[in-house]
Write a protein that binds this ligand. Structure first.
Ligand code: NAD
Ligand code: TDX
Length: 336
């Protein structure tokens, strides 16, 4: 049985990916290495604790000794999801982003090289390309021009991954995906935050004029893309992943209010995010034509299902919102 090291598997995308892989394959043992920061939640993996092909290890990807010891057990694939992932937090506290996102990646790459893993996949983001004007989209050839401490740390990690391929011939892939949505997304991110606030009839904070554009992809379609990249991605290649589904933030907010039958008077325009990227759009024709990736969700179906998931799983987000997150939330929005 092959061993797959998934880092950050207790977070939003990582936990969806673990469920996806265990549901699809029975020849892989998944080892989940996660530090359980504020964003890591073992509730996201409920029901898998006793699965014979699943093991959880609490630990830090930047802890070189621990990473070395895990990878020495004979890991075939490493999929690195672990990261500090929230742009607003990176503006408040950039240092932890550099440590986890850059040094953590470095430590994984060194272990991958030492133990000759078959494939190392770096889960990156479209944000490394910076911001677009009103037209055009990011291709894999677009220059990196990150604008936030978060995206700068992700871009730095991408460059390390690239260098380990060029210098040491490590079989790597980098995936750059657009904004994900779906179950188990931490309610600091736009869609779950707006669903939860609308449900509780709290204000919905929209940054700036609300006209910034993001491309949205259902998390399960991101998981199926990564699955293809692990198995078919050509070593050294970058693959963009996107939903071809651009929306302004205010469109998303109004759509959520409409589906929940809540009043638009809950919308509150607040001070803009510093360095706020105006528009992202992804050209994912390479992964579609080279690897045969076909996303399954339309946005209309995905967002409906997602809103219902949050309504049916209120306990999950209510627990999060009543804890430490509340302090952060108060601090972020009290002066906006
Ligand atoms: P998340 O914040 O929900 O989860 C991150 C996970 O990493 C958490 O479980 C956390 O405990 C863990 N973690 C943090 N620091 C760690 C460390 N030092 N060692 C081990 N584990 C650690 O993030 P997400 O939204 O699931 O994103 C996962 C990955 O996908 C990230 O690398 C992110 O940059 C990338 N990405 C996210 C999106 C998106 O829309 N959410 C889009 C494109 C790419
Ligand atoms: O309260 C809010 N109000 C608001 O207007 C929040 C939280 C966000 N926004 C805006 C900012 C962005 O234009 O909504 C948009 C989406 O914001 P986020 O959910 O914070 O996502 P974004 O900054 O686009 O980054 C996300 O997608 C790319 C993930 O957090 C990253 O990890 C991923 O790399």
């Amino acid at each position: 049985m092959k061993k797959v090291l998934v880092t950050g598997g207790a977070g939003f995308i990582g936990s969806n990916f673990i469920r996806y892989m265990l549901g699809k394959y029975d020849q892989y043992k998944i080892i989940n290495l996660d530090l359980l920061t504020y964003a890591g939640n073992l509730e996201n993996l409920k029901g898998l604790e006793a699965h014979p092909n699943y093991e959880f290890i609490r630990g830090d990807i930047a802890d070189r000794q621990q990473v070395d010891q895990i990878v020495s057990r004979g890991i075939s694939y490493i999929i690195n999801f672990a990261a500090e992932s929230h742009v607003d937090r990176s503006i408040e506290e950039p240092e932890i982003f550099a440590r986890t996102n850059i040094m953590g990646t470095q430590s994984l790459l060194d272990a991958a090289k030492k133990y000759s893993v078959e494939k190392y996949v770096q889960v990156s983001t479209d944000e490394v390309y910076g911001s677009l004007g009103q037209t055009g989209s990011f291709t894999e050839e677009t220059s990196l021009a990150p604008n936030s401490p978060y995206s700068a740390s992700k871009a730095a990690a991408d460059l390390l991954v690239r260098a380990y391929h060029e210098t040491f011939h490590l079989p790597v892939n980098i995936t750059r995906c657009s904004n994900n949505y779906g179950p188990y997304q931490f309610p600091e991110k736009l869609i779950p935050l707006m669903i939860a606030n609308a449900y509780e009839e709290k204000e919905l904070p929209v940054y700036g004029d609300g006209l910034n554009v993001r491309d949205w992809l259902h998390v399960e379609d991101h998981c199926s893309a990564i699955d293809l990249v692990i198995h078919k991605g050509k070593p050294g290649q970058v693959y963009n992943i996107g939903g071809n589904n651009e929306k302004t933030n205010i469109e998303i907010v109004k759509l959520i209010l409409g589906i929940l039958n809540k009043s638009e008077s809950l919308i509150k325009y607040v001070k803009d995010r510093p360095g706020h990227d105006r528009r992202y759009a992804i050209d994912s024709s390479k992964i579609q034509s080279e690897l045969g990736w076909i996303p399954k969700y339309t946005f209309d179906k995905g967002i409906e299902e997602t809103i219902h998931w949050y309504l049916e799983n209120k306990q999950w987000w209510l627990q999060i919102r009543s804890g430490a997150y509340l302090d952060y939330y108060e601090k972020m929005y009290s002066n906006r």
